[in-house]
Design a protein around this ligand. Structure first.
Ligand SMILES: NC(=O)c1ccc[n+]([C@@H]2O[C@H](COP(=O)([O-])OP(=O)(O)OC[C@H]3O[C@@H](n4cnc5c(N)ncnc54)[C@H](OP(=O)(O)O)[C@@H]3O)[C@@H](O)[C@H]2O)c1
Length: 396
């Protein structure tokens, strides 16, 4: 890259302001923000007004700008900005997990075609450098699984419930008041945010891209007092977990589900708004990465790390996608689940292969059993319409 990085920034919300603050703090003379494009011209800003514009062309037509940083909250507009920049040969740093999760294959192709680079470590797990590590360090066939708490808001809620006996609604309100959860919390608590991150992580872990719509994600919004009591009686905690796992030399599977996690697991102790990712491999057993997965400065510092990486001409090479024997996603995989249901009609939806534990009273009914992931995916849309809760219940 040139001697200095001159940034055209899109978005000046939580992450954009975090980046500006981090840049001031590190007195980084390799990178500076030249212009900032936002949506509303009239909002008061913390930087002088001459930085701001609402016209994207003020950035795209500025020949001094040599890097686009896109941290806006609109995935469709973000897609337009990122593709326009790459087509102009301008490299981009982005934090938009939803946009990336839906468009990665074409964005990879576009990078190859134009020679411009797209970096997005901030999009998955904020300040934890998961993507670059998977891309660079785990560049071999020894990887077995990547499993983690990828969403800080839902983890904050679960921590309050399991450590402080707080009710779900109170914990959710607290997460919103503290700015951890969105005003429409479904993105976080129903596992969509974790799902988008998992799709991105999987591309860098195993080279396989799977469209998010094909995958199973179920969250914690239906969790009840009975489900919490069940977990405590079994000496476990409920955590919202995204995981991708190698099943054979050419098959992987991935999903986002609440999981009943036992005390001996690293992620059992990941509390509050923190994220934790466990990387398992054949000869090194397990490695654990822990840190702040969201927030203004943590995410701003992850964006700065990508900017600095561009200063050194770093780009993702997508090495795993070029592997001779490719991994393919399969939904044909048996998992053990805990299912709390309301009536026999709910239960009959589930094609259990084996039920190993069962309880039924007027107010609480559950089963524990083995079921094929593909049979849950078939009824995915039905799950959210009914008063039921399911969680993966892995054997120790
Ligand atoms: N917050 C986090 O901790 C975090 C962590 C990792 C990744 N991310 C990702 O980073 C991105 C930004 O998140 P955020 O929390 O910073 O969002 P935010 O606080 O809601 O800020 C969004 C910003 O985008 C601007 N904007 C929206 N549409 C625009 C458009 N079409 N053109 C130009 N600017 C536009 C808004 O302008 P106005 O100021 O005029 O409204 C605002 O400045 C999202 O993709 C998010 O998923 C966030």
């Amino acid at each position: 890259m040139e001697n200095k990085i001159t940034i055209g920034l899109f978005g000046f919300g939580t992450v954009g302001q975090g980046l500006a603050g981090v840049l001031q703090r590190v007195e980084n003379n390799k990178a500076e923000i030249k212009r900032i494009c936002v949506k509303n011209a009239d909002k008061p800003r913390t930087l002088p007004q001459e930085f701001f514009t609402v016209n994207p062309d003020d950035i795209f037509n500025d020949s001094k700008i040599n890097l686009i940083v896109e941290v806006i909250d609109d995935d469709k507009a973000a897609y337009g900005i990122v593709t326009k920049a790459l087509n102009k040969g301008l490299s981009v740093v982005s934090g938009n997990k939803k946009m990336l999760a839906y468009h990665l294959p074409e964005l990879i192709e576009l990078q190859q075609k134009t020679g411009a680079a797209l970096l997005y470590d901030a999009s998955a797990c904020g300040s934890i450098p998961v993507i670059r590590n998977l891309e660079e360090y785990y560049d071999n066939d020894l990887l077995i699984s990547v499993k983690g708490i990828l969403n800080g808001s839902s983890n904050f809620i679960l921590s309050k419930i399991f450590n402080e006996n707080m009710r779900y609604d109170t914990a959710l309100k607290m997460a919103q008041d503290l700015g951890f959860a969105e005003s429409n919390p479904s993105f976080d608590v129903d596992g969509f945010d974790s799902l988008f991150k998992l799709v991105i992580i999987t591309v860098h872990a195993f080279g396989e891209y799977v469209n998010p719509d094909k995958l199973l994600n179920f969250g914690i919004s239906n969790m009840s007092e009975n489900d919490i009591r069940f977990a405590i009686e079994k000496s476990r905690r409920i955590k919202l977990v995204g995981q991708v796992e190698k099943l054979s030399n050419d098959q992987i599977t991935l999903f986002v589900l609440p999981q009943l996690i036992s005390k001996d697991k690293y992620i059992y102790s990941v509390e509050d708004e923190f994220n934790g990712v466990v990387i398992k491999g054949e000869f090194y057993y397990k490695q654990f990465m822990f840190g702040q997965g969201a927030g203004s400065k943590p995410t701003g510092s992850a964006v700065l790390s990508d900017i600095t990486a561009r200063y050194h001409n770093y780009r993702y090479e997508y090495k795993k996608r070029n592997r001779i024997r490719k991994f393919h996603y399969t939904e044909d995989h048996i998992i053990r689940i805990y299912l709390r249901y309301e009536n026999e009609d709910d239960l009959s939806l589930f094609n259990f292969q084996q039920i190993t534990e069962r309880y039924a009273s007027d107010s609480y009914k559950y089963v524990v059993g083995n079921i094929n992931l593909k049979d849950i995916i078939k009824i995915k849309d039905e799950l959210h319409k009914r008063n039921l809760f399911l969680a993966a219940y892995p054997h120790n």
